[in-house]
Ligand binder design. Sequence first.
Ligand code: IMP
Ligand code: MG
Length: 182
Amino acid sequence: MRTIEEDIERILISEKDIKKAVKKMGKQISKDYADKNLMLVAVLKGSIIFMGDLMREISIPLNIDFMSVSSYGGGTKSSGVVKIIKDLDHDLSGKDILIVEDILDSGMTLSYLKKILSQRNVASIRIATLLDKPERRIADVTADYFCFTVPDEFVVGYGLDFDQQYRHLPYIGVLKPEIYEK
Ligand code: IMP
Ligand code: MG
């Protein structure tokens, strides 16, 4: 039997640490958005697990919606081209939008998303990301909320993929280089 664990070089962030950090972020968001009209916009597919856990740590009313963009193809580096694959189903007028992302890397995806969503009559727009990889930033974008800063290494798990695999690992791990050098 081949398991996904075999392809992981080391665990970077444990399940327990993720849970703790997500809980803390949910509490902060509940406070900050207490009198607002909160709408979480998750970027598919990497953010689904984070979204599911984060929304359950938020105690105030909220809506959710999903969007799908592509910037990567099959590799580990951003192409710099962002394409909308699936747009939102709901009207954003008057909403306080919080974009939920798995990782802020070059920032190309989020700076683009922030720009197009801010043209839709929103009350406010901010970014919540699980991971921040500041060393690789190209676009001028910062996370309003983040759980962890990660080094410049390719990570998988808790929603993050390599070539659509490893999303269901319950922790954040570093992939063995031989996997993506194949
Ligand atoms: P950016 O546009 O370069 O900031 O990258 C955004 C997207 O690239 C993220 O939403 C991820 O899907 C993907 N990505 C960036 N770094 C990693 C990584 O280390 N592991 C897995 N996916 C990544
Ligand atoms: Mg991805």
